[in-house]
Design a protein around this ligand. Structure first.
Ligand code: C2E
Ligand code: MG
Ligand code: MG
Length: 563
């Protein structure tokens, strides 16, 4: 019999020619498709045993014994079997039993082998297409669903009309960069995998948590599960091997949260809004959970504008340098000043809090810092030219500069361009969290010192710090953060006590101290009594425009206050 051309085979073959079918679907379809050909070939029972080894997509592997055809009238017991080996120790075994009281002839066996090969191809093809589909929708490293799957899943919910029962939660790990820097990216990868494993345990079959690259995770959860999830991810412990020890790290996440409204089914927009709320949490609120509000979108759109107009603004010299005097409590004279940038944009004066953090996040801040340093050098050169004695100017430098291997040369190039005595310049740096940063910071501070440039640690007391690091760092000045100064008029306050001991330690190490953000005479008095004799704050002056400051400098201004 010519099996290939038989009507029964064609019927079988055409039924199985369904495109991109999953393995289970193919196996489910098979018994129906085989009915006709089974009677022609005297098949009583047709079994297939499939065994695929574990893979990243299928951690338990695939093992199934399936009966593709079973004649209700029973079958004989001498089977015709074939085993076809697969890659990586996989195997597919076939066993075909004849109808009751029938025995397969050699001719039959030839036809059965042909049929077995066809079924084998169908099985392998559907397994492959399933793997490809899984890969397309799975994040390889963590085996969580990826953003493509997130879109597909949520579109399905939209079509079913149930998406408004869900909330999008866009989360980012708070201390992941720190872990990566401190423990290396291999440990970082393990942390991400373990973390994802714990996320997988959280959600049900009609919910989803996907990885959107890096340490970004987006959940689509039913509204009633949102708070439980936020609690769950507020602290997740992960144990990693580190050398021959194990370490338990606690990872916590920040989240932007957007409950999908009844009339809103645009999932892209929902993700955007959750993401904007997350950005808001990082830049503005510092709260780990931020629910979307309309004003968040306004703020984030403004931020985007900052990024897009930055380059042109720099070229058009829209950034202005203001100077805030530092006053010596002994002489009441200006003993120095801090350069603080403002952005004159579309007729508005924008304070640095509105753009410095964004430029920092986007990596543009260093260009702005160099620009400010250059304007400061230019102003110093002009003051000298006019016979006005300049006071030392401190310039804020972002931590991001520490990645620049040519940093000291870049700084010196600007200073020499204006033929400035480097003694007129001070660089303000903030405390640093990571060990690599600390090494780069130490190196930069030492090189600046060699060139006669002073350095200060800004916002002291607010960073990771500190006291132990400070003694290893060759800085000249510690700037006490305003948050300490705020409460010191109350001599019973904790801040008073802490500040007192910080001051005696810092001074004992031979460094100078300046207090920032002093607003009242009472605060100045307390600082004076603590031996902190240099002060910057609204008590004396707010940051002044170039012309106002030049006036005070040339007048040799004396601040009148009674201590
Ligand atoms: P900062 O370097 O700690 O600067 C001190 C800030 O405290 C300034 O805010 C100053 O105006 C404010 N301040 C000083 N005295 C008082 C006071 O008595 N009361 C109050 N309420 N505030 C006081 P500003 O100018 O808004 O700058 C904010 C921050 O922006 C700066 O903090 C600094 O971190 C950053 N920044 C400013 N200019 C630059 C720059 O050129 N480069 C970089 N990287 N950052 C800059
Ligand atoms: Mg500063
Ligand atoms: Mg400060």
């Amino acid at each position: 019999m010519n099996l290939l051309c038989s009507e029964e085979f064609l019927r079988f073959f055409n039924t199985m020619q369904v495109e991109t079918i999953s393995l289970d679907d193919a196996l489910n379809l098979m018994p129906g498709a085989l009915t006709h050909i089974a009677s022609v070939l005297h098949i009583g029972k047709f079994e297939v045993n499939i065994s695929f080894p574990p893979s990243p997509q299928e951690p338990n592997g695939y093992n199934a014994l399936r009966i593709l055809y079973d004649d209700p009238n029973g079958h004989g017991y001498i089977s015709h079997s074939r085993v076809i080996r697969q890659a990586e120790k996989g195997r597919i075994s076939f066993a075909v039993f004849p109808s009751t009281d029938y025995e397969f002839s050699d001719d039959d066996k030839g036809s059965l082998d042909f049929l077995i090969k066809c079924i084998h191809l169908i099985v392998v093809r559907s397994e492959l297409s399933e793997q490809l589909q899984k890969r397309q929708f799975t994040d390889y490293m963590t085996q969580l669903p990826n953003n493509a799957y997130f879109m597909k899943f949520s579109n399905d919910l939209s079509l079913r009309g149930t998406i408004n029962k869900y909330t999008v939660i866009f989360s980012n790990l708070r201390n992941f960069n720190y872990i990566n820097q401190q423990m290396g990216s291999q440990v970082g990868d393990i942390v991400l995998r373990e973390y994802s494993h714990k996320l997988k345990k959280f959600y049900g079959s009609d919910e989803l948590i996907a990885r959107f690259g890096g340490d970004n995770f987006v959940a689509l959860l039913k509204n009633e599960n949102v708070n439980r999830y936020l609690d769950y991810i507020s602290v997740i412990s992960i144990t990693v091997a580190s050398g021959n020890q194990t370490k338990t790290l606690t990872v916590n996440a920040r989240s932007g949260i957007y409950p999908i409204p009844t009339n809103g089914s645009n999932i892209g927009e929902a993700i955007n809004r959750a993401n904007a709320s997350l950005a808001y949490s990082k830049r503005v609120s510092d709260n780990d959970r931020v629910w979307f509000r309309d004003e968040i979108l306004e703020r984030i759109n403004k931020d985007r504008e900052v990024v897009s107009s930055f380059r042109t603004a720099l070229i058009h010299k829209e950034f202005l340098v203001y100077y805030q005097p530092k006053v010596s409590l002994d002489s009441r004279h200006i003993s120095g000043c801090e350069a603080l940038v403002r952005w004159k944009h579309d007729g508005n004066m924008i304070p640095p809090g509105m753009f410095v953090p964004i430029l920092e996040e986007e990596g543009f801040i260093c260009d702005l810092d160099f620009y400010v340093l250059e304007r400061v050098c230019e102003d110093i050169r002009n003051w000298i030219g006019k016979g006005i004695t300049p006071a030392r100017v401190s310039v804020n430098f972002s931590k991001l500069h520490l990645r620049n291997e040519n940093l000291i040369n870049d700084v010196m190039d600007i200073i020499s361009k204006y033929r400035i005595n480097p003694g007129y310049i001070e660089i303000e740096l903030t405390e640093s969290s990571s060990a690599t940063d600390f090494a780069a910071l130490t190196d930069f501070v030492n090189k600046l010192k060699e060139h006669g440039i002073r350095t200060s640690i800004d916002d002291f007391g607010t960073g990771y710090s500190s006291l132990s690091l400070i003694k290893d760092l060759n800085v000249d000045i510690i700037k006490i953060d305003k948050s300490f100064v705020d409460h010191i008029a109350d001599t019973q306050s904790k801040d008073y006590i802490i500040l007192n001991s910080i001051l005696s330690m810092v001074m004992g190490l031979g460094m100078d101290v300046i207090a920032e953000g002093c607003e009242t005479v009472e605060q100045a008095k307390v600082l004076y009594d603590m031996n902190c004799r240099m002060i910057q704050g609204y008590l004396f002056d707010k940051p002044l425009s170039h012309d106002e400051y030049t006036q005070k400098l040339s007048d040799n201004h004396i601040y009148e206050i009674e201590l």
